[in-house]
Structure formats: C-alpha cells, structure tokens
Design a protein around this ligand. Structure first.
Ligand SMILES: Cc1ncc(COP(=O)(O)O)c(C=O)c1O
Ligand SMILES: N[C@@H](CCCC[NH3+])C(=O)O
Length: 414
C-alpha cells in the first residue's frame, strides 16, 4: 500500500498530514517515505536471499544523502556513475566495497579515486576506458576488478530516451565485439576480469526483454569459459518499472524468480542496479495553486512548481498522477497543470479533471526517482527542499536553495 494515502479527508505521508509539511517548509517541496524506501529495497534483498549477490541501488535515481543513508543502513550496495555519487555514498555511510561504477565517460581522476576508495567493480563500457583504467591502476600499483558492460541489442520496449541496450545507443560494448575485448582485458596486468554487465533501459514493464538479454549474456559467459576466461558475477543492471498510471510491472520477486530459474546451478554471483523501482513511488512533489487562468480554449492551473522542479513530463511526456491534498468536493473541470517557467513545455500534467481553487495544495505522485536529481535553476528558480517522513515524524533533509546562494556562486568581470 502507498505511504501516501487519504485520512480524515486529506493526504498523509505515513503518519504526517502533508499540509503540515507545506505549512512548515513551504512549497514546492519533495516528500519521501522512509518506510517505502525500506520496503522496496527489502523486496529485492529478500528475492535474492539464498544466493550470492548484491542489490546496488542506482544513486542517480535519487541521491539525497538521507535516502542513501536509509538504504546503507539496510546493507545496500550502490551503483554510481560519477565521483560525486561515490563521495555521496561514502558520506551517507555506504560501503565502497559494495559499489559498482557504471558510466560511459569516466575520467582518469574518477577512476583513480574509485580505485583508492576500493569499489567492488568497474563496469567498463568501451575499449578506450579499458586502456585508461589499466593505466590508472598501474600508476596506483593496484589491480582493478572489472566487468564489461555488454550492449546486447535488445529492445527494452520503453521510451526511446530511456532505452540503452540497442545498437544505436552509446552504452556498452557490442556483444559481437565482447569476446575480443575480454581477451584483451584478461591480458592486462592491472585488471582482474570478474563479471559481465548489461543495462538495457529503464521503466520496463515486462520481464521478457530482461530474459532475452540474460540468455545472450549466458551464451557469452559460456563462450568465454571455452577460452579460459571465468566469469564470477553477472550484473543485470536496473530497469524494472513502476506504476505511474496503469502500468503493471512485475514485482522484484517475480522478476528474480525468472532470472534464478534461468541461472539454474551456475555458480554466479548476481548483481542488480535498481533505481526507479526503489525510490520512484517513495516520493511526491507538493505544489500550491498560484492562480487559475481561464482562456477561450483551455483552463490552466498555474502552480508554484515548474519544469525546473520536475522535468519528466516535459522531457519524456512522463505522466504523474496529480491529486488535491484536501479535495473540496466541488465539480471537477478540465485543467492543464502548468508552472511559471517561460516555455510551452512547462507542464506537469495535461487535461486533468480536478476541482481547484487558488491556494490549493496538489500532490504530484511517483516523484521519488529522476525528479529532484534532474532539477535546475532555469528562470533563476531555487531548487526545492526535500523532507523525509519517518512514521509520525519528518525531517528536512535538504534545505530550499536560496537566492543569496545562487547569486553568490556567480561573479562580475574584474
Ligand atoms: C547503468 C545503469 N544502472 C542502473 C540504472 C537504474 O535504472 P532504473 O532506475 O530504471 O532501475 C540506470 C538507469 O537507467 C543505468 O544507466
Ligand atoms: N531520467 C529518466 C531515467 C533515466 C535512466 C538513467 N539511465 C526518467 O526519468 O525516466
């Protein structure tokens, strides 16, 4: 059940009326549920029970320190794509030995820092990266554990902007090239070949594309074994979707049961890198109606959150449920919910049937993943604060950005 539910005619986050949070910290504000984050992580951890492996939460989905800390306390691993994410994981109490490092453009200084911190594995995405890592590891006198991210050319059947496992995508090493690159890696003195990795896309709502990719990777693992290259771990990336509207993605236990069946008695450690399916439905964005604008063609509810606060609708046509915090029982009308930014793509939802008045609070659901992390200062708007609800209590886990700080970061010419 969602941690964001109606009680006494208004919306609660766990045991806290969200209107109280709006009163205290203002709007727009992101609100997360600790219980939901924990439940979603544990669903994965339990589905993996009895087999060696790690659930490495994809930090990019939501990298707030408190979010990372909640997961680190449960023993989560982390999937990172930058040294910035690594430092956040460490600051949040995460164990670098449970970190995998993904990403297509890792700088030499990032590789060096990750090696020094002792990350579990580098998910190498190209031959130039392999050579760069060998050089960095040699200079440090260390051995770096690697997997190759293989691009299996599988259609994830998701939005083209968040599909990553097709030939035309920039990610990974083409599966046809993979054996040759593994041979090259195995001959490099400061690299230890350990795994095979893939990540075919995000917001997948069926298991079939994952299993197609898995079959291709298992075939590769067998061919490598014939060449004397032993693969010890398999990283299937993230990608499991969530319900925004009416999607019915499989639960982690169903997904993992299918994977485990395919793996049979192979002696492989399994790594997953879920992001959205852990954080997505653990967060909402709370916004307030500034004004209602009626035109001949349309009715607009102009709210105090905008595309700079939540860009998924503008960028991917992402659909998020929008719900009045205290429904007023009036007659619903058709509104476009838009922000104050000077772009026609600045909308949070279109053609929603709602009964609204100026000053009303609205909750934008499924906003725990890829929302706060993708905020910007466009139109010189300050990034919103973040609040973590924990039972009957709540904590501000990131302050609202201030105009003073924004101005202070820039300077005039001398
Ligand atoms: C390499 C990698 N791992 C994990 C993820 C997390 O994906 P998701 O949030 O769909 O689970 C992503 C993002 O798509 C990614 O690029
Ligand atoms: N930002 C995307 C997901 C990107 C996944 C990262 N590889 C979204 O909101 O759906």
């Amino acid at each position: 059940m969602s941690p964001f539910t109606d009680k006494n005619g208004e919306l609660y986050a766990e045991g806290v009326p969200v209107s109280a949070i709006a009163e205290a910290v203002g709007t727009p504000v992101y609100i997360y549920s600790r219980a939901e984050l924990e439940a979603r992580y544990l669903a994965y951890a339990q589905a993996l029970e009895g087999m060696p492996g790690m659930i490495c939460y994809a930090v990019k989905a939501n990298g707030n320190l408190a979010v990372l800390n909640v997961l680190a306390r449960l023993g989560a691993g982390f999937d990172i794509v930058s040294v910035g994410e690594l430092e956040k994981v460490i600051a949040a109490g995460g164990d670098p030995a449970r970190v995998v490092f993904s990403g297509v453009g890792k700088r030499a200084d990032e590789l060096a820092r990750a090696l020094e911190a002792g990350v579990y594995c580098f998910n190498v995405e190209s031959e130039p990266e392999l050579e760069r890592l060998q050089a960095v590891a040699a200079a440090a006198g260390k051995v770096a554990r690697i997997s190759l991210r293989v691009n299996p050319d599988v259609d994830a059947q998701t939005h083209p902007y968040i599909s990553t496992g097709l030939k035309e995508n920039k990610f990974g090493i083409a599966i046809e090239r993979a054996e040759a690159v593994y041979e090259k890696a195995a001959a490099m003195p400061n690299l230890e070949v350990s795994g095979v990795d893939c990540h075919i896309g995000s917001q997948l709502t069926t298991i079939a594309p994952f299993l197609d990719a898995l079959d291709l990777l298992l075939g590769l693992i067998d061919r490598l074994a014939e060449k004397g290259i032993t693969i010890r771990h398999l990283d299937l990336g993230g990608g499991l979707g969530i319900t925004y509207q009416d999607e019915e993605p499989p639960a982690p236990d169903v997904y993992l049961a299918a994977v485990r069946e395919r793996l049979g008695d192979r002696n492989l450690e399994l790594i997953l890198e879920p992001g959205r399916s852990i954080a997505g439905n653990a967060g909402i964005l709370l916004t307030r109606v500034e004004m209602l604008k009626h035109t001949e063609h349309k009715q607009f509810a102009i709210v105090d959150a905008a595309m700079n606060d939540l860009i998924r609708p503008s960028l991917y046509g992402g659909w998020h449920d929008i719900q009045p915090v205290k429904p007023n029982g009036g007659e619903a009308q058709c509104y476009d919910i838009v922000g104050p930014v000077c772009e026609s793509t600045d909308f949070l939802g279109k053609e929603r049937m709602l009964s609204l008045a100026e000053g009303d609070l609205l909750a934008i659901h499924s906003a725990g993943a890829y929302c706060m992390g993708m905020t910007s200062n466009y139109n010189v708007r300050c990034r919103p604060p973040e609040v973590m609800v924990d039972g009957e209590a709540y904590h501000v886990v990131r302050q609202r950005e201030t105009l003073e700080a924004l101005l202070a970061a820039e300077s005039l010419l001398p």
